[in-house]
Design a protein. Structure first.
Length: 231
């Protein structure tokens, strides 16, 4: 369980940095300052935690299920941002779409703050005897320098915006898949069955077919509108 949660936190951090690369310098600075301030002011609460309490949190199914709600909302917004950004790059985003894109762009995410808090707790555990205020604000200062540098590094490694958006989209899909594993928390039923719910199977197949047909018609309508605008 702890390994899965650690992987999710690393992926959340990667998604956050990828989103920073879509910001201007002012946006990168603003979100970096927000993250650093959160870490700095959270040092008092972080100093009250213990590894036993954290292990107890990870072992409580009801808490993990509550966390899955935040996970779902955060992933939905990040994927929504990726879709809107892809449409903007394709030149098919309207005025309302641009407003929604800017809103999603400036939304830092719900999961990045628990990830930063967990990082702070680990630093506190690794430095016993050091003043908690010094640890908290030193970690905040380190993050304040690290986040812009990480964004610059990713821009250098992946200069194509389309590639970064696609990578962010895939990372959030992976977070969603790992989130299912983490929130189930070992309670998946292992009893096999040989019966098939043909009604449910037919309903799922019908929904897939209906969605595919609707997508084809929608694509044709949008294509015709674009062609008519060009003529």
């Amino acid at each position: 369980m702890e390994t899965v949660v650690m992987i999710i936190m690393l992926l959340v951090g990667m998604s956050f940095v990828l989103k920073l690369t879509c910001h201007s310098w002012a946006g990168i600075a603003a979100l970096s300052i927000l993250s650093a301030a959160f870490v700095g002011f959270a040092n008092g609460f972080a100093s009250q935690q213990s590894k036993t309490r954290i292990a107890d949190w990870l072992g409580r199914p009801e808490l993990m299920l509550d966390t899955s709600v935040l996970l779902t909302v955060d992933i939905f917004i990040q994927i929504f941002f990726c879709v809107l950004m892809a449409r903007k790059l394709a030149g098919t985003l309207g005025r309302k779409g641009n407003i929604a894109l800017q809103t999603a762009l400036w939304f830092p995410g719900l999961l990045i703050f628990p990830v930063l808090f967990s990082l702070l707790v680990e630093v506190v555990f690794a430095m016993p005897g050091v003043d908690f205020g010094v640890i908290g604000w030193s970690t905040a200062a380190f993050l304040l320098m690290l986040m812009p540098l990480a964004a610059i590094g990713l821009k250098w490694l992946l200069p194509e915006v389309e590639l970064r958006i696609e990578l962010m989209f895939l990372i959030n899909l992976l977070i969603a898949a790992l989130g299912v594993v983490a929130t189930v928390n070992g309670r998946t039923a292992a009893t096999g069955t040989s019966s098939v719910e043909w009604g449910a199977l037919a309903a799922v197949f019908g929904l897939l077919c209906a969605g595919g047909i609707a997508g084809i018609f929608y694509d044709r309508i949008i294509t015709k509108k674009q062609i008519s605008k060009l003529q």
